[in-house]
Design a protein around this ligand. Structure first.
Ligand code: SAH
Length: 227
């Protein structure tokens, strides 16, 4: 089963949106599991300090290597096979392919940064793989972790019902998805394309393929068309 273990300074943010809708129903049905570990439980002194000023100066605070390592060492069994991910704007951008890989495994251990991030030494020493959800900076890794987990959970068999595979969706074939329509047939003078209404499945498939290729070329030529 897909198990997510989140190391965070804000455990109260979970499950948050992951407790609602598709992901929440699946969580309640036991199709995946979520647990949080509060990094602050391993903080130092009476105030359970987790951060300190950056070596070399500069703004903000940095999560201490000793504190985060203590939290990780206490919270992860030595034989835990799950990848250890650190949400980070410097990480490799998350892709649908990486999401598929994660879903095929046992889940993920996800570390959420705060402040200016975490001491560089703990990233190497605890083999954390940095993952980014895009080229912008969030105030903490929690929402990024939720993005990653949401993308994984909807692909767990049984979560999406009959559309389980999601195999025609954006990014699955190096393409963006074709346009979708539903009733009413005519809306504010705009009709649904005829081809979608005459029941010729080969023609529909061809039209969708062409539209997907057109949109991808227009909007995301970087995705690279796989034929
Ligand atoms: N000083 C850092 C940004 C810290 S933001 C820098 O310039 O790179 C605080 C935390 O938010 C990070 O440690 C990370 O866990 C999370 N975060 C911010 N932006 C993110 C992104 N695009 N993807 C994933 N995590 C992100």
């Amino acid at each position: 089963m897909f198990r997510a273990t989140i190391f965070t300074l804000m455990p109260e943010m979970f499950p948050g949106p992951l407790g609602t809708s598709l992901a929440g129903d699946a969580l309640a049905r036991g199709l995946w599991a979520l647990e949080t570990r509060n990094i602050r439980d391993h903080g130092l002194g009476r105030h359970r300090a987790v951060d300190d000023t950056p070596a070399g100066g500069g703004p903000g605070m940095v999560i201490r290597a000793d504190v985060l390592a203590a939290a990780l060492d206490a919270g992860i069994a030595a034989d835990d096979p799950r990848p250890r991910l650190l949400m980070s704007p410097r990480g490799r951008p998350l892709t649908q392919a990486r999401v598929r890989e994660l879903v095929a495994g046992d889940g993920a251990i996800v570390v959420c940064g705060r402040f200016e991030g975490v001491d560089e030494r703990v990233i190497a020493a605890r083999h954390l793989e940095e993952i980014s959800i895009g080229d912008y900076v969030l105030s903490g890794g929690e929402i990024a972790a939720m993005v990653l987990i949401d993308a994984c959970v909807r692909l767990i068999p049984g979560v999406m019902g009959k559309f389980d595979s999601g195999s025609e969706e954006s990014f699955e074939n190096g393409l963006l998805e074709y346009p979708q329509y539903t009733r009413p047939r005519d809306w504010e003078g705009h009709a649904i394309p005829d081809v979608l209404l005459n029941g010729d499945h080969a023609k529909i498939a061809k039209w969708r393929r062409e539209e997907a290729e057109r949109l991808t070329k227009e909007r995301r030529p970087d995705l690279g068309m796989k034929k």
